[in-house]
Design a protein. Structure first.
Length: 248
C-alpha cells in the first residue's frame, strides 16, 4: 500500500481507549484504504524500571501525579526519528487552546501529527518545551484523560483528508461557513403530526437553498450567538439578524 496522506502517532498510557473509536465506520474505512494511518503507542514502552513508572509527585506539592517527561520525549523521538522536525506535535490537555474546525482544516494538511495524551494532573512542562508542542483542549470541561479528546481530534481531522468523505458533505456541514447546519428531513412526510416544511418538497432549488440559509442563520442566532460575529454573512443577512436580535 502507498504511504498514507496523513499519519497520526498517539502516545498514551491507554492505547485501546484511543483506538476503539476509530475502529468503526468512516475512519475505519479510511484506515483500511490506506488514506490515513493511526498508531497508538504505550508510553510505558519507554520506561526502564521494574514498575514501568510513568508519573511522579509534583514539585511544589499539590494533588495528584504528573507524567514524567523522559518516557514521552524518548518515545516520540524514537518513533518519529528524522520526521520529528516536520511533524505537528499536540498535547491534549484541558489547559490548551480550544480545538475548532479551522484547526481541523489546518491539521488535515499535515503529513504527520503526534498526539500526546495527558493523564492525572498533567504532564511535565518540559515535554511541551522540548518537543515544541501545541496544547489542545476539546472544550470547557474536564475529562479523566486526553485519550477521548485525541480520538475526537483524529476523527475531525481525518474526515477532512481528501478521499475520506465526499467533498460536498464538507462544504454544506455545520461550521463550514461559521454557521450551524440547517434542519434536515427524510421520509415520511408526516411524523407524529409534524410535517416536512413544504419548500423542501417543491423541487425549487433556489428557494430550498434560501430556506436552508435562513434556517442556518436563525438557528445559529438562537443557540450559538457567539458564532455570528465571525460568520460569513452578507450585509443584508447581517442587517436582518440585527433587526431580529437587536444587536450586532
Ligand atoms: Cl484534551 N483532556 C482532558 N483531560 N480534559 C479535557 C480535554 C483534554 N479537553 C477538554 N477537556
Amino acid at each position: 500500500m502507498s504511504t498514507p496522506a496523513l499519519r497520526f502517532d498517539v502516545f498514551t498510557l491507554f492505547p485501546r481507549t484511543v483506538e476503539a473509536p476509530l475502529e468503526e465506520s468512516i475512519i475505519r474505512r479510511a484506515i483500511e484504504r490506506g488514506i490515513v494511518a493511526v498508531q497508538a503507542h504505550d508510553i510505558r514502552t519507554w520506561t526502564h524500571d521494574r514498575h514501568r513508572t510513568a508519573d511522579d509527585t509534583p514539585y511544589g506539592g499539590g494533588a495528584g501525579m504528573v507524567m514524567l517527561a523522559a518516557p514521552i520525549v524518548d518515545g516520540v523521538e524514537a518513533v518519529l526519528g528524522d520526521e520529528l522536525p516536520a511533524a505537528r506535535v499536540l498535547v491534549m490537555t484541558p489547559a490548551g487552546r480550544v480545538f475548532d474546525q479551522a484547526m481541523a482544516r489546518d491539521l488535515a494538511r499535515a503529513q504527520r501529527v503526534v498526539v500526546i495524551c495527558g493523564h492525572y494532573e498533567g504532564i511535565d512542562q518540559r515535554v511541551i518545551d522540548v518537543l515544541g508542542a501545541e496544547e489542545v483542549s476539546i472544550g470547557d470541561y474536564v475529562l479523566t484523560g486526553g485519550e477521548l479528546a485525541a480520538s475526537v481530534v483524529i476523527d475531525a481531522v481525518a474526515r477532512l483528508v481528501p478521499g475520506v468523505i465526499e467533498e460536498a458533505s464538507i462544504s454544506e456541514e455545520s461550521h463550514s461557513s461559521g454557521l450551524v447546519e440547517y434542519p434536515q428531513y427524510t421520509r415520511p412526510q408526516q411524523y407524529r403530526g409534524l410535517d416536512v416544511p413544504g419548500v423542501l418538497l417543491s423541487g425549487h432549488h433556489a428557494q430550498i437553498a434560501a430556506w436552508r440559509r435562513a434556517e442556518s442563520i436563525r438557528k445559529t442566532a438562537a443557540i450559538r450567538p457567539d458564532l455570528l460575529a465571525k460568520a460569513d454573512l452578507t450585509e443584508r443577512e447581517r442587517a436582518k439578524v440585527e433587526e431580529i436580535t437587536g444587536d450586532a
